[in-house]
Design a protein around this ligand. Sequence first.
Ligand SMILES: O=C(O)CCC(=O)C(=O)O
Length: 335
Amino acid sequence: MGEQDREQEVAPEWWRWATENLLRGVPEGQIAERLQAAGVGRARASELLAAIVRSPIFAAARPFARAARRHEMLARLQQRMARAACDPTGIPRRSGVSAAELRDVFIAGNIPVILTDVVTRWPAFGRWTPAYLAERFGDVVVDVTTGREGDPDYDMHAERHTQSTSLRDFVARIEAARAGTNDFYMVAKNRVLERTRLGALLDDVALPEGYCAMQRALGSSALWLGPAGTVTPLHHDTSNILFGQVYGRKRYRMIAPFETSLFEGARAMYAGRDPEQGSMEPVLVKDVVLEPGEALFIPVGWWHHVRALDVSISLGINSFPFPNNLDGYRPGKVA
Ligand SMILES: O=C(O)CCC(=O)C(=O)O
């Protein structure tokens, strides 16, 4: 190695670039060639690569990078197979799904499904309307989320937007918002079932044997009530949810957890991307309209974006008969 070559300064960006590519598993020869094309002498390039590989920091990082590459390979395989389905953007509709099938196929398999004959059997179906709720529970004071349109992070900041109102007034507000709005919504975080007399509504819900423990439903169910036009931004939860659509329609866009590009730019459980703002390529989106009387099984970890197409009443239940608080699937948590 000539003196001149050894003393050649290599810009820190090239050190970083070379380290990153070594961690990605790119062969050293290819990295050296690229460094040389950028003006780094041959001997200096191989000295630089040797110095990186000798570094204890690199030695510590290498097994993590190798594991990450294997996980990414697995995710790519799942992405490919999901695109091979006959209807990759749809969600199957099924009736007569037993508790064993729900658990073994859909829950254990982390596969969404729309159940067409579950909500239709609830006494709630056909009974729950905004007018019915106002008539039966009009005096009940509930928390709702308001002022959402002035805050781009309204769902993340739901606590800041909480306001108390009588259910009668809230229903009147919904009925007045004929054109639809995203400004106010009774959401899961308002926890009205466990905090108010509205918990009695769960008497109108009867699930097939073995689906969910109804005696634990209070405390693990959520009532969603709002006008057409509410939008719950793209996020995932840390539990499985059976989402019953009792009144009105909702459009669901769902994305599998193995679409790992969504982790980039995500904040906690909220994605950094919005399916209503341009294409979601290369991510595969399942796009369905949930009709009144249908229930959607939302497997844990699946991203979902939800728009109410009509005035809507829904009930989310997550008291499955197995541990369902999968809090380890929360970014920032050490498992
Ligand atoms: O219905 C909605 O607006 C959102 C439902 C949801 O995101 C959920 O139950 O996790």
